[in-house]
Structure formats: structure tokens, C-alpha cells
Design a protein around this ligand. Structure first.
Ligand code: PMP
Length: 455
């Protein structure tokens, strides 16, 4: 004891106790900051390399009943969520799924715009689309070349506030000016939200202003009027994920191709699309729906001019700030594909996450013992990934198979909000479910499916 006393004097013990107290206080502060962080950003995904190594992360497990089974994620400490009262809204296709990738890019995709910049209405007066930022145009052309999903040569590029604005600009530009009757706008069913006029959809967007130029004409397969018409072709299709072609093929038909989902994370790229008028959107390409940027590739100069006129009359151009930010994001995507320094490209990341989600969903559906079913898709060759791949659509078209007539109501009873097949012109046994929501919501969704009693 005397020996010990000589080793540790009173001063030593005091310093030791002080050090222990300081470390305890620091630990408490650190933990409370992380709690605050998780409270503020509850959707923080598992992929994000944030400083959370001391905290269990929110993870997607490929099987909630067996946490040791294979998964894409590193940490399985987090138990599946228990709260069955929480409402999981998968009705809309809000594309939050790629947030973790964009967090990782940090400064590379951060943009600073000084107070004096982006002040003029004009971007490039020598271009048909005079409000198109040359930097944005350059990155669009580069990305299509890198991915190989669209021909951009001999095309006019028109930028829009989302592809929604471009859709209306296209209808305006393609409609005959002096026709006594509005031109019919048709699409093969099931199409982008069919029945509900309150929702963002082709029919509601076509008819909400009761234009004298164009009018919704319904299902293209049932369209029997003679004369000119505009056919919308969405490929891969929303809601069912199928690859589509024009169904009417008449000489007086004008085509608008909506290729919002023709990107490698959703579908194998078969060849560069080569149509008269094609729409793309940043919302589904990179997930930046809030930037409100879309673009059209237009063959005919007069059509491109009229689309530009529509946007001029409508919003006098498109936000320059958004175009510059979009250019930076698209450059990061192309760079991630072309200059891979051992890192994962955006499309490798997004393809993996979509493929994991579909795998987990199919496993959950299988565990329902035939209560639910989902479509199967045949693999095909993807020129971007250079291999045979299965499609992973942005929405799942889920069917309730047994004694459940109204699948949307059934799932609502389990606090899962989906969109009934009736909105798309098919039976209420079907629902459309977004596969693009946050990791956290998707994880809750899978867990909720696993708690349903299928007897
Ligand atoms: N086309 C399709 C097929 C869509 O699914 C969506 C979004 N749900 C849009 C267009 C609208 O895109 P944006 O956000 O660019 O207006």
C-alpha cells in the first residue's frame, strides 16, 4: 500500500480524475450531437460515409427475419422498425433514393453563385433556345454520348422547367395552328396516371387549360378517329416498367417520346434513341427533381423554335441557376463514368441500389406465399454495362392475388399508401408503388409487408 501511495500521489489521482471527467463530458456532447443529426436527417442512408461509426446506422437488410442473410450493407445492429402506426407514403415517385451518392460528392457538386451572376434573361442569343446555358447543353450532349442512350447529332436542345413544361411545349409546337378541331393526344394504356384529373398526369396536363389546340383522346389502342393526332410513348413505361413503342403508326401521327426512365439504373440500354422529339428529365436521371430541369432533343428546327416560344410566353426562359447546377451534377455523373479512379460511377451505384431493392422486394413477395405478385422482366443486353441485365423499374406494379379486391385499401389498412390500378385504367387488384423513396421508408415498407398476416 505504501508502495502504491508512493507511485500515485494525490496530484496524480487528481489529474486522472479530471481527465476521466473531461472525456465523459465530451462523450455526452458527441452522442447528443449525433442524436440531433439523426433527428434532423432521419433519412440518412447506410451508404453515406458520414462520421457515424460509433452509432448503428439505418440499414436495408435483404431479409428482416434473418439478419445474417446477405445484404448490401455493412452493419446489421439496427433492429427492424417496430412502429406499425407510421404511415409509409409510396404513392408519389419522389426520387430520394440517390441522396447518399450526392452527399458523398461534397464540394464536387456544390455550386456558388455570386450576387452579380445569372442576372440577364439571355444565355445564348445565337441558339434557337436563347435561354439555354451553353455549359448545361455541353453536359447533356456529353452524358448521352457516355451512356449511349440518345442520338444528339442534328438535334436542337430545348431546356425546360422539368420535362412537364416541355411536354406542354411539345403539344403547343406540334398542334396545327388553324385547325377547327383540337388535335387528339393519345397514349397506350396503362399510362402515366390515367383517371384522376387532380393528379399530375398526361390527361390532366393536356386538358386542365381546356386548350383549343389539343385535347386528350384517351387510350391509343382504342383510338379510331381519322386525321392527325399526337401519340405519347413512355419507355420504359410509368406505371408498369415495360419497354414501349408507338402503337398507332399512321402517316398523320406525330410522336412525343418520354424517355424519363431510359437510363441504365432502370433498364438495359439497347441502342441510342433516335426519335423526332424526345423528353428527358433530371428528376429521374440523377434524382434532382427539386432543380426542375428537363430537356428535349428535337429534330425539326421549327418545332424547336415553337417549343422555345411556348417557354418564353410561359416563364420567359428557365432558371439559369438551376441550369448551372444541373451542368455541375451532369458533369459529375459523366466524370464518374469516364474518369473512374477506382470509385463507383453514379450508374454503378444507382443500378446496384435499384437491383438490391428489387431483390429484397421479390424476397418479401415470395414470403407472402402467393398473396402478392410482381411482374417478371427478361434480361437483355445493356450496351452501357456491357452485359445481360434485368430491368429495375422505378415503380413496382404489385398485384393482390387472394380474396383482396381492392389492393390500395388493403395496403392503406396497413398504413402503406400506394396508387390504385384504377388510376391507370386497370383493376383495383393492382397498385403502383414507388421504388425511389428514401432508404428508411423503403426499409419500413419491406418490414411492414413482412408483418402482414397472410392466413
Ligand atoms: N414523365 C414521366 C414518365 C414521369 O414519370 C415524370 C415524373 N413522375 C415526369 C415525366 C415529370 O418529370 P419532371 O419532374 O421533369 O417534370
Amino acid at each position: 500500500m505504501a508502495k502504491l501511495q508512493s507511485l500515485f500521489s494525490m496530484r496524480h489521482l487528481l489529474v486522472l480524475s479530471l481527465a476521466l471527467n473531461v472525456s465523459l463530458i465530451l462523450r455526452i456532447i458527441y452522442d447528443s450531437q449525433l442524436d440531433l443529426f439523426f433527428y434532423k436527417y432521419p433519412h440518412q442512408g447506410q451508404i453515406s460515409n458520414l462520421h457515424t461509426h460509433n452509432k448503428p446506422r439505418l440499414l436495408i437488410s435483404s431479409s428482416f427475419s434473418n439478419s445474417s442473410s446477405s445484404s448490401t450493407c455493412e452493419d446489421h445492429h439496427q433492429p427492424p422498425p417496430k412502429n406499425n402506426n407510421r404511415v409509409i407514403n409510396l404513392d408519389h415517385g419522389d426520387p430520394r433514393v440517390y441522396e447518399a451518392f450526392w452527399r458523398e460528392t461534397g464540394e464536387k457538386t456544390t455550386i456558388r453563385i455570386a450576387g452579380w451572376q445569372s442576372m440577364s434573361y439571355f444565355s445564348d442569343v445565337s441558339n434557337v433556345c436563347w435561354f439555354l446555358e451553353p455549359e448545361f447543353a455541353e453536359e447533356v450532349v456529353r452524358l448521352h454520348r457516355v451512356v449511349g442512350n440518345a442520338v444528339t447529332e442534328d438535334r436542337h436542345l430545348v431546356v425546360g422547367t422539368g420535362s412537364s413544361q416541355l411536354f406542354l411545349a411539345a403539344l403547343y409546337a406540334l398542334s396545327p395552328t388553324h385547325s377547327p378541331q383540337p388535335i387528339s393526344v393519345v397514349s397506350a394504356s396503362p399510362y402515366y396516371s390515367m383517371r384522376d384529373v387532380e393528379m399530375q398526369s398526361y390527361p390532366s396536363m393536356t386538358d386542365y387549360q381546356k386548350s383549343g389546340l389539343y385535347k386528350w383522346g384517351g387510350d391509343a389502342d382504342k383510338f379510331d378517329k381519322s386525321g392527325p393526332y399526337i401519340e405519347l410513348v413512355t419507355s420504359p413505361n410509368n406505371p408498369d416498367g415495360c419497354v414501349r413503342r408507338s402503337v398507332l403508326n399512321r402517316s398523320e401521327g406525330l410522336l412525343v417520346h418520354d424517355l424519363a426512365y431510359y437510363w441504365p439504373q432502370y433498364t438495359p440500354i439497347s441502342s441510342p434513341s433516335n426519335h423526332d422529339l424526345t423528353l428527358f428529365t433530371l428528376s429521374k436521371t440523377t434524382g434532382h427533381a427539386g432543380m426542375r430541369i428537363g430537356w428535349a432533343l428535337v429534330k425539326d428546327k421549327e418545332v424547336a423554335k415553337k417549343m422555345t416560344k411556348f417557354i418564353e410566353l410561359n416563364t420567359i426562359g428557365v432558371s439559369k441557376d438551376s441550369q448551372l447546377r444541373a451542368a455541375k451534377v451532369l458533369r459529375a455523373v459523366s466524370d464518374s463514368c469516364e474518369l473512374q479512379g477506382g470509385g463507383e460511377s453514379f450508374f454503378q451505384f444507382s443500378h446496384k441500389i435499384m437491383s438490391d431493392r428489387w431483390k429484397q422486394l421479390r424476397e418479401a413477395v415470395q414470403r407472402s406465399n402467393g398473396f402478392f405478385s410482381v411482374p417478371t422482366f427478361s434480361p437483355s443486353f445493356c450496351t452501357f454495362f456491357n452485359q445481360n441485365l434485368e430491368p429495375h423499374p422505378a415503380f413496382v406494379w404489385l398485384k393482390c392475388e387472394r380474396n383482396v379486391e381492392d389492393c390500395e385499401s388493403f395496403l392503406r389498412g396497413h398504413n402503406i399508401l400506394t396508387r390504385s390500378g384504377t388510376h391507370f385504367g386497370v383493376s383495383q387488384q393492382y397498385v403502383r408503388i414507388s421504388m425511389l423513396d428514401t432508404d428508411e421508408n423503403f426499409m419500413h415498407f419491406l418490414h411492414r409487408l413482412s408483418t402482414i398476416n397472410f392466413r
